[in-house]
Design a protein around this ligand. Structure first.
Ligand code: GLY
Length: 579
């Protein structure tokens, strides 16, 4: 019997002898259970729209498209049609694919566009206003997904989003949370302020958010397809606003936008097949690299939150983020060493460099030549046939660049900040990156987004992903470890407090309560610099589905619910729902 199972069995026995049955669940609520389909998103109205599509005979891809458009209305901090993202699909026959609809740099972009005459980085230039905007990909991404793998007409999938935008929806506490602290930023752009502020003030619970211009833009996409966005009036309005406000977007940038269908990154962790995002995301590669390193340690035996477990996690993260930040970039522009980084032999080499008793020093790992949102959202869907879809898409920062092209209602991204504006200078997420991710016309900035699907013995096992900027990778990774190594159910796995290390800065960030004072002392004695990070939004909001039971023990025992959904308790407005 595997030690994880032994451990969970002994925990179950102990708990069932000493506590009433309703107390068996730890701090988290029960996962949501369903038989035919499951949709887990960051906003409950979008979840309901996805479930309705499944109930009406649509497949998981149809539901993913409808949810993508719905979140653009109900979750404006990250849901979008003015940004971009990734979709990982695992079909019922076990085949997998990946759609890259991330933003591309405009043709007029240059390597030094965010530097002043002295070569210094101009703060805010890559995050605020039109110069920060990459050419959006979401509309084309959803349409490629729908036309290749969906079954429903576009108009049917957009219609619920149009209705929500036109008629408005009542804001709840969870929705309002996403607007908190954004008033000054939104107030700077009159078109954004007119929609997302209420007479210049933040919206309150119970008030309605109506988005008439967005409804009109969505209707024109429903009617004319992607041309409405990339070749028609919407592109014209965005380009006009960009030209007037210091941006460099051109109509040709929109006309030439194309989605890439790529082979996902694959690896195997303790018998589980992981399928995740390839470059231009670093997500799948780095998750696989870290998992390969950790596979050499008895994580389950060492235990969740134990100093020795956290130490090897930190060291694996430290080594993998060096590779993330220096070696990876857009595959059309750089040679990505994916095979090397996901090779078990390379992981063994890294383990050989990890001192079991001492923290590594990031400064000694700087490669030769290097000198030169959190506000994202993830949703997980599975349908009755077993088709699974994981989508992570984003405007980058909260409300993107904070600008709406007048007349469109469309918030625009600030994804250009994910490029290396200047090697060695940290971006929005504190990532210190290198040449492989330098800006070039038509290039896609390196991402951390990690929509991931895991299978076991040829059957779907888990759908998982999260927002969180540079932490997306470690948040997704920790949810996987929590299920596979620590025997948590899917809700506990996404709720459990997190730690993060990204090579530079050389610090271990911990969510409040992630580590006990005793554990922190042990880690400090090993040389780790542990800092509590209380900024709650940075720790992401994972949304996951587990198939065949709510936990590994439940699956192994047989008879668990078919689909078990969990929306991170950190998300106020989200919901896991099925039928
Ligand atoms: N904008 C966050 C990411 O793509 O990693």
């Amino acid at each position: 019997m595997p030690s994880s199972r032994l451990k969970s069995l002994s925990v179950t026995l102990f708990v069932s002898l000493s506590l009433p049955p309703w107390a068996v669940q730890a701090a988290s609520p029960e996962p949501v259970k369903a038989v035919h389909g499951m949709v887990v998103t960051a906003q409950h109205l979008a979840t309901d729209i996805g479930v309705e599509v499944l109930k009406n005979g649509g497949n998981a891809v149809d539901a993913a498209v409808a949810v993508g458009y719905a979140l653009a209305v109900t979750y404006p901090t990250a849901g979008n049609i003015g940004g971009g993202g990734f979709m990982t699909i695992r079909f019922k026959d076990g085949k997998t694919t990946f759609l890259d609809f991330r933003e591309r740099a405009p043709q007029a972009a240059t390597k030094s566009m965010y530097l002043d005459a002295k070569g210094d980085f101009v703060k805010g230039a890559s995050t605020d206003g039109y110069l920060a905007v990459g050419v959006p990909g979401s509309v084309m991404g959803f349409e490629v997904a729908r036309s290749r793998y969906g079954t429903k007409p576009l108009s049917e999938l957009i219609e619920p989003a149009v209705a929500l935008a036109k008629e408005g929806f009542v804001l709840e506490e969870g929705d309002i949370n996403a607007f908190r602290g954004r008033t000054d930023r939104l107030a700077k752009d009159p078109a954004a302020a007119a929609i997302f502020l209420n007479d210049g003030k933040p919206f309150a619970v119970g008030e309605k958010l109506v988005q008439a211009d967005l409804a009109a833009s969505l209707s024109s996409i429903a009617e004319k397809g992607t041309d409405a966005f990339y070749k028609g009036a919407i592109a014209d309005q965005i380009v006009k606003a960009s030209a007037e406000k210091g941006g460099v977007l051109a109509k040709a940038d929109f006309e030439r936008y194309a989605v890439r269908e790529l082979e996902p990154v694959k690896c195997n962790y303790r018998g589980y097949d992981i399928v995740s995002s390839p470059p231009p995301s670093s997500g799948g590669v780095i998750i696989c690299e870290i998992l390969n390193v950790l596979e050499g340690y008895p994580i389950s035996y060492m235990g969740y939150g134990a100093a020795e477990t956290v130490h090897v996690m930190i060291e694996a993260m430290r080594h993998a983020y060096v590779d993330r930040n220096t070696a990876l970039g857009d595959p059309d522009f750089v040679e990505n060493p994916v095979s090397k980084l996901t090779d078990k032999a390379y992981a063994k080499e890294i383990r050989g460099r990890i001192d079991p008793f001492r923290a590594g020093v990031s400064a000694t790992l700087i490669p030769k030549g290097f000198g030169e949102s959190k506000e994202t959202t993830h949703y997980s869907i599975i349908d009755d046939e077993g088709n699974a879809v994981a989508v992570t898409y984003t405007l980058n920062g909260s409300f993107g660049a904070g600008v709406v092209a007048p007349g469109t209602g469309i918030l625009l991204n600030n994804e250009m900040d994910d490029f290396t504006a200047k090697p060695g200078v940290p971006n929005l997420y504190g990532l210190v990156q290198g040449e492989a991710n330098a800006i070039a016309p038509g290039k896609t900035p390196l991402s951390s987004m990690s929509p991931t699907i895991i299978s076991k013995d040829g059957k779907p096992f888990m759908v998982i992903g999260s927002p969180g900027g540079a932490r997306i990778i470690t948040i997704t990774l920790e949810a996987i470890l929590n299920v596979i190594d620590h025997g948590m159910n899917i809700q506990e796995a996404v709720d459990a407090p997190r730690i993060h290390h990204q090579w530079l800065p050389d610090k271990v960030f911990m969510e409040p309560y992630a580590l006990s004072p005793d554990t922190r002392k042990l880690l400090s004695a090993m040389g780790h610099d542990v800092e509590i990070d209380e900024s709650w939004t940075i720790w992401g909001q994972a949304t996951g589905i587990l198939v065949g039971g709510e936990s590994l023990a439940d699956i192994e025992a047989g008879g668990g619910a078919r689909y078990n959904g969990a929306v991170d308790s950190r998300i106020g407005a989200g919901a896991a729902r099925g039928y």
